[in-house]
Design a protein around this ligand. Structure first.
Ligand code: AMP
Length: 285
């Protein structure tokens, strides 16, 4: 069956109801779809009878001076991807349709929205949770799929669903990488060849940290990752580190030195004009 395009909220509700009986999985995206998004759609199809993909560059989650206006918009190619992957409905609203001109109420991400990535992007996670809750209310999916690439976002969405009793199951999908380790991202298309060489230090640093997890504590893991990032700070162009954190998956605060069990090693840095994030999970024994 062909994919139905819903260009506004009213069209979405109609297209959703026309899907017929069966369960629905939602995959929220900002478009510029790549293999990572495809893997989410495939996982969504394993979990439900119908898949709805949203393509919406959400102005609420971009701060002043961030890349909202130059974020890649490739709708025709995105639609072709969705068709190939058997998506039922693509929801691609305008910002004017999504947000009422007199809107006032937003979701607050709370303390967990102010640490790690949230400390560098004030208000970002409030914007993410607000749009995701709206998408949940419009699509009313049984399941929603999000990537571990955005680990703090995934953790906050699980938190929102638990704290606000949202009736949807959240599925996390592993990060898809290039063969050389670079995590796929819509922003990778901004990278020059030289930028890309520097950007490889992100995944290299994470791997160096993860490799120490069996033998070292948090300080040793962070030191190993930090050494790789410091070397890349001397590359041309240099890697400009925003943060490296070994985070508690429950709070995204830094783990204590006596922490045992699951943790997430997360990094964010600028390379040229592009800001990249990456993370890897590990277990402290
Ligand atoms: P975005 O379009 O960047 O907002 O991402 C939409 C969804 O795709 C989010 O749930 C992301 O975590 C996920 N995603 C982005 N990059 C990857 C990747 N390399 N592997 C797996 N999922 C990803």
């Amino acid at each position: 069956m062909d994919v139905t395009i819903a260009a506004d909220r009213a069209g979405l509700v109609k297209a959703r109801d026309a899907l017929g009986p069966g369960s629905i999985a939602l995959v929220p995206t900002m478009g510029a779809l790549h293999e990572g998004h495809r893997s989410l759609i495939r996982l969504a199809r394993e979990h439900a009878d119908h898949v709805v993909v949203s393509v919406f560059v959400n102005p609420l989650q971009f701060g002043p001076g961030e890349d909202f206006s130059r974020y890649p918009r490739t709708f025709d190619a995105d639609l072709a991807v969705c068709e190939e992957e058997g998506v039922g409905v693509v929801f691609a609203p305008s910002a004017e349709d999504m947000y009422l001109p007199d809107r006032q109420v937003e979701v607050s991400a709370g303390p967990m929205g102010g640490v790690a990535e949230g400390a560098f992007r004030p208000g970002h996670f409030d914007g993410v949770l607000t749009v995701v809750l709206k998408l949940f209310n419009l699509v009313r999916p049984d399941v929603a799929v999000f990537g571990q690439k955005d680990a703090q976002q995934l953790a906050l969405i699980r938190r929102m669903v638990a704290d606000l009793d949202v009736p949807v199951s959240i599925v996390g999908a592993p990060t898809v990488r290039e063969p050389d380790g670079l995590a796929l991202s819509s922003r990778n298309r901004y990278l020059s060849e030289a930028d890309r060489r520097t950007a490889l230090a992100l995944s290299r640093a994470l791997r160096a940290g993860v490799a120490r997890a069996g033998t070292a504590g948090p300080a040793g893991i962070l030191d190993a990752a930090q050494a790789v990032l410091e070397e890349a700070a001397r590359f041309d162009p240099p890697l400009l580190l925003d943060y490296l954190i070994l985070a508690d998956p429950a709070t995204f605060g830094p783990v204590g030195d006596d922490h045992r069990g699951e943790a997430i090693l997360a990094v964010a840095a600028k390379v040229g004009a592009t800001r990249l994030i990456d993370n890897m999970p590990l277990t402290l024994s």
